[in-house]
Design a protein around this ligand. Sequence first.
Ligand code: N7H
Length: 491
Amino acid sequence: MSDDVSDAAARNLPLRHSDEIQGDVLAGFRKDHETVVLLRFPDDPAPVRQWLARLIPQLATTRQVAAFNNDFSAARRNLAGTDPVGLRATWVNLSLTYSGLKFLMGTEPFPDQTQDGVKAFVLGASARADINGDGGESAPERWLFGRADQPVHAVLTVASDSRELLEVRASELRVAAAHGGLTVVFEQVGATLPGDRKGHEHFGFKDGISNPGVADFDRPDPDHPEQVAGKPGTRIVPAGEFVVGLPLLQRPDPGLPEWAKNGSFQVVRRLAQDVPAWWAQVAAARRTLDQAGVELPVGSGAEWVAARAVGRWRSGASVAHNPNAEPPTKPGAPDDNLISYADDKEGHTTPVFAHIRKTNPRDHFGPDHKVADTRRIIRRGIPYGQPFDPAAGPGHGPDADRGLVFVAYMSDLAFQFEFLQSAWINNTGFPPPGQNGKDPVIGQDSDVNLKLDTVPDGKPLHFAQFVRTEGTIYAFAPAISTLRDLAQRRP
Ligand code: N7H
């Protein structure tokens, strides 16, 4: 597994030892509790630089987080899969928005703004709402953060094993920020869901199964060097897809300034999920199919349709390998991620509109995965709010706030995140040919065309959007040395 690398193997994986790249990007904090604190700078840069200088030694590097995750996995293995209680850490990372970077640099950070990814970062997420499909109820004027009238300069990502430890650390960070004259514009707390729902998102599906492997960070499988050892199906892509200045798969190097090297662009999005409404429409879709006489596995119910919408069953088992029913979960088995769409071009098993197929078409366009691999992002999301369970009392009902704190890293906001949103998720024509529908989990309202061996021309099913955008920030997590230069006002 990516976090399970022996000392000997780690020596040949130079990015595991990076003291430059911040820790959440490649290693991933992977904690049960996380908060994202959005900060605004005061007018005077001097106290902000002092705040930054004091903060830098507290920022988690890739070396620290990778080593911790490695120890944690080893201990977990020795404890037959339970979490080692004594091994705890609280991590902090810092990213800056365009206006935050410009403020600290005292000059234009990107003299050349012709490149699309740079343009997206400079303009910010609210100006890119049309591209990202953020209209109507998801329009920026309604956002809780990231609106044009509500500047954010810096983003602290804080993660810990317990809520108490997180709260202590977050309050220390808030006090330090206040000393520097910074104000908290918004704070979004997230936590893994309780009990057996740990690791699952609010609709009920296991999340965090498929993230890209990264060259020089993840150990390649000796027999299949294009995949991560111990993680069948997890493809290794060049690190430059996520970290600026490192090798890319096939795009030309965008030629970003030297200070950006070893940094990563970050998207933070609060995505509200209307759980009962989404499931009600899944059940309605099932009734439509039953009434149309479409033959489906007996007793499979709404779950069958929901699994088609996601591409996985609730447990994370793929529809590709388990078309008819959710299989019993096997303890200790690697995640079901060795998925091919090569023999399912029409999507009779995994629909071409399924969320995991829209966002990573894998080998749909060819065995080299190139179309998919250049658009990958590293996802570090965590749920917020209580699970939907009205009988459990206040906070669990249909009107309570709940959803996903979506956090993702990449080296180009336009080429990766924005492209996924506009060209794949919200494009009824993707994948060509024909009109297949938008993503029925996170996309805008649309009909999807469900094709089956027995219904090769497809049956239209309507999916309305029950994931609403409530805020978005584009930020950049600079290398530690760049942050040091900014604290000392070196250009
Ligand atoms: Fe998605 N969901 O509950 O259905 N996502 N996602 N996502 N998502 C994935 O494979 C979900 C969102 C991706 O490589 C799983 O790890 C929800 C955005 C990508 O096969 C589940 C929300 C974007 C993958 C969900 C949400 C993506 C992925 C299966 C919002 C990009 C990996 C678990 C509330 C812009 C695909 C897994 C692959 C997987 C859900 C948001 C992208 C269950 C509820 C905004 C690339």
